[in-house]
Design a protein around this ligand. Structure first.
Ligand code: NAD
Ligand code: IPM
Ligand code: MN
Length: 356
C-alpha cells in the first residue's frame, strides 16, 4: 500500500470548511481504490496564528513542509490582518520559495449547472489556464518613499525574465499539444507595456516554432477577458502572466457558475524545491465564513488534481466522475449554485457517489 504524506493548511475563513470536505472525498477515493492511503498532517497556520505569534507561519515553516508529497491548502486572509502581509508571508512565500512556477487552473462546466452563458455547456466551455506563478507583477520589488506625506511615491516593479517567460510558455504549449483541439491563447498587453509584454510576445513566437502542431493566438488581455464571455468555445489552453491570469481565472470561475468551483495546482514540473501545492482559486470568503455553506467543489477538484499529480489518475477520475454525477443529479447544491445544502452535505454526496 502506497502512503502519501499531505500537509494540510486549511488557513482562514471558508478554507477551514472546504478542506475537511475535500479530505473526506480524498479518503473515500483512497478507500475505493484500495492501493494507496493518505497520511494528513494539519498545520494551523494563518491569521489566527498571526494574532498569537505575530507571523503567519513559524520561521522554519518551509522546512517543515519540504518533506511532504503535497500541500493541500484552503484559503488565506482575514480582515484582522492586512492582506499584503498574510498572503505574502504564507501563500506567496510557499509558491515563490518552492519555485512552483506553474499554476494550472482548469475551467469546465460541470453537468447540470446553469452558468451565465445559458446556452453553453460542458462541450463549449473547457479551458485550461496556465498562470505564471513565480515572478512578473508579483515579484514584490519596490518601495515607498515619503510615506504618509502628500509627496509620497510608491513603486511596484514587474520582473519578467526570459527564462521565467519561456518556461511557462513552453509548459503551456506542452499542455495544448496533449489536448484534442491543440490551441494556445496568450494574454498580452504589448500595446501599452513596451518592455515586459513585448518580451513576452517575442518569447511566445520563438517557442511556437517548436510546436508547429499547436495553433497560437496572442490576445490583449482586455480583449481576452471579453472573449472568455463572448466566444468561450474558441479558447482551449490559455497562458498568462501572474496578474493577468489571476484576474482572468476569477472570470473563469464566474463562467463555471461560481467562484466556488475553480480549482488549481501550483507545481514545478522540472525541479523539486518543495512539494507542489493544491488549492481552490477562491479566497477565504469572510462574507459567508462560519455558516457551513461554502461550496467545496473547488477544494474537491483541487484534491483530484493532487491525486492526478501524485500518479493516481484512476483515483482522480473517480473523484471527478462522482463530482459530475452529483452536479448532474442536481439534488444536492450549496447556496451559491441556488441550492440549500451545506458544505458537508455536498461532500457526503460526492463521497457516496464514489462508493457507488
Ligand atoms: P473570495 O474569493 O474570498 O470571495 C469572493 C466572493 O465569492 C464572495 O462573495 C464569496 O462569498 C464568494 N465565494 C468564494 N468562494 C466561495 C465558495 N467556495 N462558495 C461559495 N461562495 C464563495 O475573494 P475576496 O472577497 O476578494 O477575498 C477574501 C479574502 O481572501 C481576502 O483576504 C483575500 O486576500 C483572500 N484571498 C485568498 C486567496 C487564497 O488564499 N488563495 C485567494 C483569493 C483571495
Ligand atoms: C489566487 C489569489 C492570490 C493570487 C492572492 C490571494 C495573493 O487571488 O490564488 O488567485 O493573486 O495569486
Ligand atoms: Mn485570484
Amino acid at each position: 500500500m502506497k502512503t502519501y504524506r499531505i500537509a494540510l493548511i486549511p488557513g482562514d475563513g471558508i478554507g477551514k470548511e472546504v478542506i475537511p470536505a475535500g479530505v473526506r472525498v480524498l479518503e473515500k477515493a483512497a478507500e475505493a481504490n484500495g492501493k494507496f492511503e493518505f497520511r494528513f498532517e494539519p498545520f494551523e497556520w494563518g491569521c489566527e496564528y498571526y494574532q498569537r505569534k505575530g507571523r503567519m507561519m513559524p520561521a522554519d515553516g518551509l522546512e517543515r513542509l519540504r518533506p511532504f508529497d503535497a500541500i493541500y491548502l484552503g484559503a488565506i486572509g482575514h480582515p484582522t490582518v492586512p492582506d499584503h502581509i498574510s498572503l505574502r508571508d504564507l501563500l506567496l512565500n510557499i509558491r515563490f520559495n518552492f519555485d512552483l512556477y506553474i499554476n494550472i487552473r482548469p475551467f469546465e462546466i460541470l453537468p447540470g449547472l446553469t452558468t451565465p452563458l445559458r446556452d453553453k455547456g460542458p462541450a463549449e466551455v473547457n479551458m485550461l489556464f496556465i498562470r505564471e506563478n513565480s515572478e512578473g507583477e508579483y515579484s514584490g520589488i519596490g518601495g515607498r518613499l515619503r510615506k504618509g506625506t502628500p509627496d509620497e511615491v510608491a513603486i511596484q516593479t514587474s520582473v519578467f525574465t526570459r527564462k521565467g517567460v519561456e518556461r511557462v510558455i513552453r509548459f503551456a504549449f506542452e499542455q495544448a499539444r496533449k489536448r484534442p483541439r491543440k490551441r494556445l491563447a496568450s494574454a498580452t498587453k504589448s500595446n501599452a507595456m513596451q518592455y515586459t509584454m513585448v518580451l513576452w510576445d517575442e518569447v511566445l513566437r520563438e517557442v511556437a516554432k517548436d510546436y508547429p502542431d499547436v495553433s497560437v493566438a496572442n490576445y490583449h488581455v482586455d480583449a481576452l477577458a471579453a472573449r472568455m464571455i463572448t466566444h468561450p468555445e474558441s479558447l482551449d489552453v490559455v497562458v498568462g502572466s501572474n496578474l493577468f491570469a489571476d484576474i482572468l481565472t476569477d472570470i473563469g470561475g464566474a463562467l463555471q457558475g461560481s467562484l466556488g468551483l475553480a480549482a488549481s495546482a501550483n507545481v514545478n514540473p522540472t525541479a523539486r524545491l518543495g512539494p507542489p501545492m493544491f488549492e481552490p482559486v477562491h479566497g477565504s470568503a469572510p462574507d459567508i465564513e462560519g455558516r457551513g455553506i461554502a461550496n467545496p467543489i473547488a477544494a474537491i477538484w483541487s484534491g483530484a488534481m493532487m491525486l492526478d499529480y501524485l500518479g493516481e489518475s484512476a483515483g482522480a477520475v473517480r473523484i471527478m466522475n462522482a463530482l459530475r454525477t452529483v452536479t448532474g443529479e442536481a439534488r444536492v447544491r450549496t447556496p451559491d449554485l441556488g441550492g440549500k445544502n451545506t458544505t458537508e452535505e455536498f461532500a457526503l454526496a460526492v463521497a457516496a457517489a464514489i462508493a457507488g
